[in-house]
Design a binder for this molecule. Structure first.
Ligand code: HEC
Ligand code: HEC
Ligand code: HEC
Ligand code: HEC
Ligand code: HEC
Length: 391
């Protein structure tokens, strides 16, 4: 492992106490890096951890991160469900991934006078920091200082750089295990024999793991902090290939749309939350859909809102395909066959928020719920559309 320490050329304005930084070469492993709650050290003020501060110098990383979902992980969808003071246990369990720094927690597990484990107010809590979600510090700052991947710049250029802070280089920043800290659940969270969030394991069993194509290779190309996923049409397009074969005669119309997971490093999609709907239908010569000619199929792992029952799992493992077979008696007016693939990145959450609003669930904050529902119901997009002229 390359464990270099960057020389701090300028006195640290950022982190007042130099003692907060570890000695060069100190080995840390990825599990230690992610032991919750994440400590950033008593001498570091919460405001020095605001992403806007880091962004003063690391502008590219900041702009990318700000547009990515990690910066929105403490949005209305999460906040609607939490009562951090009344029910700190639930809040802490969600913050584990959505706001993992110690200073992002209102309360923390401690001990009362008689030695019992109880939740106690956290004096280092900072609301603004909580609202910045999975921020720079969550991944890069610990009591031992700032940590990052092995330096990418040639040594000659580095000498001209004035760092406000030291940094420790850890190879695990370049490894898939780094992301597994939040994108993989342990055994015990199975549904129908398969773990509910299994992204890392799906990747590990694939060719990508063997060829050292990591999560970062695809989600942080050139170390950019893009973290694009199922919400991004171009990202999804890049991971799939489509093959359409069709035949028609005066009696019938037949088509097969083969969708191959040609570039997604795990199942497509990996989570239970998105749903992909494929539809085929006939239209008249003006493009109006003809009644009774619609056929649909769904790709996803659909589960009930209580997460107790799996309705189906039709996700596509890496390098495998899903086939949609369309077959319809030819109606007289039929002029075209249309095939469409629509992605609903938040199908599960949309259902969940709708149901909570309908039930007037007293355990939820309704203003936030409505806001969350608006976002989730606007996130769908048309991924693929092909029109075949019938003979
Ligand atoms: C005043 C400017 C400044 C501020 C503020 C600042 N940094 Fe840096 N940081 C630098 C410079 C300069 C370097 C060294 C050049 C490089 O490798 O990018 C550096 C290096 C790093 C590295 C190491 C890069 C590597 O390849 O190992 C990480 C990670 C990092 N900073 C994260 C942060 C985070 C997180 C914050 C906010 C808590 C922050 N920085 C605030 C200037 C700053
Ligand atoms: C501290 C926990 C944490 C770590 C570490 C983490 N993530 Fe995430 N990630 C999240 C959370 C929480 C979300 C969901 C944010 C939201 O939408 O509220 C997310 C969202 C994403 C998304 C967007 C998914 C979508 O629906 O479009 C991608 C892609 C992603 N992460 C990739 C990565 C990669 C790659 C790594 C490793 C370099 C990583 N994440 C590390 C917690 C984490
Ligand atoms: C193991 C890490 C992990 C834990 C623990 C976790 N989440 Fe998430 N959560 C994620 C990831 C990753 C996503 C994004 C992928 C997706 O859409 O499912 C997400 C997405 C969400 C979303 C949709 C996006 C948004 O921000 O509106 C909500 C709502 C949510 N989680 C709520 C919760 C609640 C409530 C808890 C605690 C009961 C919780 N999560 C615990 C990782 C986690
Ligand atoms: C979800 C975790 C995560 C978050 C959030 C995150 N980073 Fe990173 N960062 C990484 C990883 C992983 C790498 C290394 C990527 C690689 O090697 O491919 C990295 C690399 C870096 C580097 C080195 C870049 C280079 O070209 O060598 C800097 C600097 C940095 N991050 C700063 C930031 C700043 C500033 C923020 C907030 C605006 C931030 N990071 C947010 C995970 C994260
Ligand atoms: C070979 C490229 C590749 C690799 C490797 C890869 N991904 Fe992805 N990932 C994608 C593409 C393309 C998408 C968009 C399609 C989709 O949603 O599945 C995606 C989507 C996602 C999503 C969105 C949620 C969802 O349901 O799909 C998350 C979260 C994610 N990846 C995390 C990870 C993590 C964590 C790793 C490493 C363990 C990883 N990815 C490895 C290409 C990759």
């Amino acid at each position: 492992m390359r464990a270099l320490l960057l020389k701090a050329l300028v006195l640290s304005l950022l982190f007042t106490a130099a003692a907060a930084f570890s000695a060069p070469g100190e080995a840390a492993d990825v599990n230690e890096h992610w032991r919750r709650p994440l400590e950033t050290g008593g001498s570091v003020h919460a405001e020095d951890l605001y992403p806007e501060k880091c962004g003063l110098c690391h502008r590219d990383q900041y702009n990318d991160w700000k547009n990515a979902l990690h910066s929105k992980s403490t949005g209305p969808g999460l906040l609607a469900q939490l009562h951090p003071l009344k029910d700190p246990q639930t809040a802490v369990s969600c913050y584990f991934c959505h706001a993992p720094l110690k200073t992002q927690n209102e309360e923390l597990l401690g001990e009362n006078a008689s030695g019992e484990a109880v939740f106690l107010p956290n004096s280092s809590y900072d609301e603004r920091l909580k609202l910045s979600g999975v921020n720079c510090a969550a991944c890069h700052v610990r009591s031992s200082g700032v940590a990052g991947p092995p330096l990418s710049m040639p040594p000659a250029r580095k000498q001209n750089i004035k760092a406000e802070h030291d940094s420790v280089q850890n190879v695990f920043f370049e490894e898939a295990e780094f992301c597994a800290a939040c994108h993989q659940l342990d055994n015990g969270y199975e549904l129908n024999g398969r773990i509910l969030v299994n992204t890392y394991e799906e990747w590990k069993e694939s060719e990508y793991a063997k060829n050292k194509i990591t999560c970062q290779s695809c989600h942080m190309p050139g170390r950019r902090h893009l973290f694009r996923g199922v919400h991004d049409q171009e990202m999804v397009k890049g991971g799939l290939s489509f093959d359409l074969q069709s035949t028609d005669n005066p009696e019938s119309v037949k088509a097969t749309l083969k969708i191959t997971n040609s570039g997604v490093g795990h199942f497509f999609p990996t989570y239970v939350t998105p749903l992909v709907v494929i539809s085929g239908f006939l239209t008249d010569s003006k493009g109006n859909a003809l009644k009774g000619t619609l056929m649909e199929a769904q790709i996803g792992r659909k589960v009930t809102l209580d997460l107790e029952t799996e309705l189906f799992d039709t996700r596509i493992p890496p390098f495998r395909s899903f086939e949609f077979n369309y077959e319809m008696k030819r109606v007289e007016k039929a002029g075209q066959l249309v095939l469409e693939v629509r992605v609903y990145p938040d199908e599960f959450y949309q259902r969940f928020f709708e149901s909570a609003l309908k039930k007037q669930d007293p355990d939820m904050k309704h203003k936030e719920l409505r806001e969350a529902l608006r976002t989730t119901s606007e996130s769908s997009y048309l991924l693929f559309r092909k029109v075949v002229e019938l003979r």
